[in-house]
Design a protein around this ligand. Sequence first.
Ligand code: SF4
Length: 346
Amino acid sequence: MKNIYDITLEKLELYFIDNNIKKFKATQVFEWLYKKRVTSFLEMTNLKKEEMELLNNNFTINNLKIISKLEDKDVKKYLFELSDKNKIEAVLMNHDYGNSLCISTQVGCNMGCTFCESGRLKKVRNLEVSEMILQIICIEENLNTRISHIVLMGIGEPFDNYLNVIDFINIVNCNKGLDLGSRHITVSTCGIVPKIKEFIKDGKQVNLAISLHAPNNEIRNKLMAINKTYKIEDLINIIKEYIKVTNRRVTFEYIMLDGINDTIENAVELSRLLRGINSYVNLIPYNETSHIEYRKSKKEKIMAFYDTLKKNNINVTIRKEFGSNLKGACGQLRSLYEEELWSMHI
Ligand code: SF4
């Protein structure tokens, strides 16, 4: 049986029409789910008995299970167990402009970025739409608060789970659903060029972030396996097309790795690559892990890199560091939990 949180409003309307139920009933169900947050179809008291029964016999309304939560001043990390016992994580960060939840889109990831803790677990499966939606609902309920921004930047490559991610965006963005504005939703991709093309055609008005992390193919090939399939030039060309069609600014994520991609020459080369593109670069101090040999760039090098981009008229910010105090920075929570479990059983 499908989870009711898998279904967009349009799909539920069609389902009701097919079952001789008035279309507006779908809006009522959405209000029960997303505004009143009921946990059973029986609580949807404005539905007729046969409508409740139809839902009850064909859908579940299951939630996710929080199995671990770590907290620091500005960050909360959640580890969830799915119904098949797989585990995923989500990270909530407090910013000046509100709070932002980074959610997972897959169990594991096949993209093989060499700096990434999450990618150490190969892809087991895509997340269902409901499993993405419920990361938000579960945390909102846990903290009794509304989440203002969503980023699809946790475990997994969103465009490798494209159709579910599009339905997810539809529900989050829908005013009868979670009702978050497009500008409050960011999809991040490592650069699957054909999927970016499809995304342009789909015309979603959400923010797009590109994990770039290198100014040329030589460095990017070492960091990101995807670059062997879609070269940096192809990626930049499709981004130019995206900006031309959507008139939206793109974010380039750039993890600063000591001695790998953080020299002044790298900054000059990056400035040349991005010249004239309506974008900004987000420099990310690396979260070191014991399993991966990369080290975080020194503060002075990050500042010098930043200054060089600025001097070359590239919009740039340095991301505030979140979570490293918790020993569970992005992508580390699941493996941390599993190691703890493992050590408990020896
Ligand atoms: S950085 Fe993202 S795309 Fe790359 S392996 Fe990690 S989760 Fe996958």
